[in-house]
Design a protein around this ligand. Structure first.
Ligand code: ACO
Length: 321
């Protein structure tokens, strides 16, 4: 039994923030942001708009694309680091709004790898025969956790949600998923406040993404190179067997390094970082949806999805679409 993707969707908030807009906020330039990251613009949620709102819209589009009724979903998993509330989980909050009935529903926090982790869990449930259809979402409002006076982080992130409907099938499908973590580097990328540690007397309780970008960059390039090798070896496949790379959209230079490792030309790599920025757990499912809807990815194509994020966490999925 395999898990097959039978529908995808994405939802982006309306407000576009360009690099020129950020030049008004911090000491930065459009040229610096484009050269170092590839980002030109990102979307930012409106006042009152939440991760759950974005997730709900992306899910509705994915369900329609799959031709599946909400009541036919057996499990809902939301990858997010920016939940609406501490609890109920974002998954529980949108379950009723989507009319999914009483299926299992939970969030997964694996930072930018959240969608790959959620996809991996969904695949295990389907392969075990426990459930037939899973709605998997990656949704974030990371801009809510940014220090807008810190130029080293505020230019990098954006908001959005991507969703996929997975269904049990005798044909592949997800061929394999691989997830890893290493907490030893927790200090390189973190939000250092929380419920149990407590909040600070700073604005918004000290809720701010802190990143040693340069060091994260080096670990990310190296780690993504290894996960690509692991995934191909597990499937007895060679680099040239891959049709598409759908990478986490954090930085165009990291994406290009992974493509080089795979001897893949950039026209086989899905890039959305220019328009979306880094949307954390939402980045891979949104890139998948963009590529599928544009007709670039065809049924039967082999695609490698990968992500790397705070934790550190990382993972990959090899899929025959
Ligand atoms: N505008 C202008 N200058 C800036 C800006 C900015 N927005 N930000 C930093 N600088 C300056 C720095 O102060 C530094 O100046 P100095 O040389 O005078 O000290 C200089 O630019 C170079 O800074 P670096 O941090 O070395 O720049 P780098 O080339 O590494 O690019 C970046 C920074 C884009 C953050 C890069 O390191 C990166 O992409 N890192 C990885 C991000 C990532 O993958 N994160 C994982 C996922 S995120 C998650 O899980 C939530």
């Amino acid at each position: 039994m395999y898990a097959r993707i039978i529908g995808t969707g994405r939802y982006l908030p309306e407000k576009v923030v360009t690099n020129a807009d950020l030049e008004q906020l911090v000491d930065t330039s459009d040229a610096w942001i484009r050269d170092r990251t590839g980002i030109r613009e990102r979307r930012v949620v409106a006042e009152g708009q939440t991760t759950g709102d974005l997730a709900e819209q992306a899910a509705r589009i994915a369900l329609e694309d799959a031709g599946v009724k909400p009541s036919e979903i057996d499990l809902l998993i939301v990858g997010t680091t920016t939940p609406d509330l501490v609890f109920p989980s974002t998954a529980c909050l949108i379950q009723q709004r989507l009319g999914l009935g009483e299926c299992g529903a939970f969030d997964v926090n694996a930072a930018c790898s959240g969608f790959i982790y959620a996809l991996s869990i969904a695949t295990q449930f389907i392969e075990a025969g426990t459930v037939k259809r899973v709605l998997v979402i990656g949704a974030e409002t990371l801009t809510r956790m940014l220090d807008w006076s810190d130029r080293s982080t505020c230019v990098l992130f954006g908001d959005g949600a991507g969703a996929a409907v997975l269904q049990a099938d005798s044909e592949p499908g997800v061929l394999s998923t691989h997830i890893h973590a290493n907490g030893a580097h927790a200090d390189l990328l973190s939000v250092e406040v929380g419920v149990s540690r407590g909040f600070l007397a700073e604005p918004r309780g000290g809720l701010a993404v802190k990143m040693k970008g340069n060091e994260v960059f080096k670990v990310a390039v190296n780690t993504l190179g290894r996960i690509v090798d692991e995934t191909l070896a597990f499937n007895n496949m060679e680099k040239h067997d891959l049709d598409w790379l759908i990478p986490h959209q954090a930085n165009l230079r990291i994406i290009k390094a992974t493509a080089r490792k795979l001897d893949m030309s950039m026209d086989r790599v899905v890039v959305t970082v220019d328009k979306h920025g880094n949307t954390s757990a939402a980045s891979v499912p949104m890139a998948l949806d963009v590529a599928v809807r544009s007709g670039r990815i065809q049924r039967g194509d082999h695609m490698l999805l990968e992500a790397f994020g705070g934790g550190f966490t990382w993972g990959a999925a090899l899929i025959r679409y």
